[in-house]
Ligand binder design. Structure first.
Ligand code: NDP
Length: 272
């Protein structure tokens, strides 16, 4: 279970008292809720799939570009007076043109990311998952195994669900399989990554840079070694933080809760 401040875990559910009937999470991920404990107590859990797909995909592309084109480093350099005369390679990073992008988990968000990346004229979009997807045709994405995806991608974007198979999927071995000079972007969940291995991979130049909207724990302590690395951009889990999206998510959450109180089917109930 993800280590974050909002966890509703086995220890938290009993603290809520015997009358708790429903939990509405304003998120598509529900790894912060102990579903087994909820099932035992007959507590319905509602969530908000689909409505945050576009905002999260938009953020993923922004994060990818911020990482590859070194936007945060560049803006800090301006503020700290390090902007000197023009120099051919200062603040350079790889562009998306003619690159290969590998998407780990071509679900709703993964597909929306691929749609947004196509107009940058990437040459190939690869994806991996449990099985090939019909929707991949729309973005001309090729289904490959994870080994191939890592070996061939210039940008690896993780947008899979967190499951026992994807927990700690990105470890030392997986980073070593990536191209030297490749970029790693994670908008899924922090637990997909063995964070110490990512720090080592960045420090040792095994991969070039990383952009993370999610990490472990959240919030990330300010003394985390990740934050000392200029090649790592860490955002505070703001994938869905578009104002319109949060408004739609809150209405959906309210509808989920009201439906449960009225013994009606929830618009989106987590199956347990
Ligand atoms: P979907 O259920 O539509 O997609 C999840 C994808 O994960 C599926 O395509 C699935 O592939 C894939 N997957 C599952 N197991 C594996 C595996 N072993 N290897 C590779 N892929 C796998 O969910 P969404 O696209 O809506 O959301 C995805 C995740 O993004 C959420 O679970 C959440 O954790 C995260 N998220 C983060 C946000 C943020 O703010 N940063 C906001 C919203 C979501 P298959 O169908 O083949 O099993």
């Amino acid at each position: 279970m993800q280590n974050c401040q909002c966890c509703v875990d086995e220890s938290a559910v009993p603290r809520t008292g015997p009358n708790l009937k429903v939990i509405g999470t304003m998120s598509v991920g529900y790894d912060h809720i102990d579903l087994a404990a909820c099932k035992k107590r007959n507590i319905a859990v509602g969530y908000t799939p689909g409505v945050l797909t576009d905002a999260t995909a938009e953020l993923a592309v922004a994060l990818l570009l911020a990482t590859s084109r070194r936007l945060i480093e560049g803006a800090s350099a301006v503020k700290s007076g390090q902007w000197g005369s023009w120099s051919p390679l200062w603040m350079c990073g790889p562009g998306l043109l003619n690159s290969t992008v590998g998407i780990v988990g071509l679900g709703r968000i993964g597909l929306a990311i691929a749609r947004r990346l196509r107009p940058f004229n990437v040459s190939r979009v690869l994806y991996t998952g449990r099985q090939p997807k019909d929707s991949a045709k729309e973005v001309s994405a090729e289904f490959v195994g994870l080994d191939t995806l890592l070996a061939e991608s210039d940008f690896v974007v993780v947008s899979c669900a967190i499951t026992p198979e994807t927990t700690a999927l990105f470890d030392r071995k997986r980073f070593a399989q990536m191209k030297r000079g490749a970029m790693f972007v994670n908008i899924s969940r922090g637990a997909v990554v063995v964070q110490e291995d990512l720090v080592d991979a960045l420090k040792n130049g095994v991969i070039r840079a990383a952009g993370l909207d999610v990490c472990t724990p959240e919030p990330l302590p300010v003394d985390s070694p990740l934050l000392a690395l200029p090649s790592c951009v860490v955002l505070p889990h703001i994938g869905s933080a578009a104002e319109e999206t949060r408004a739609v998510m809150s209405v959906m959450t309210a509808k989920n809760i009201l439906a449960a109180f009225n013994n009606q089917p929830m618009p989106a109930q987590v199956k347990s």
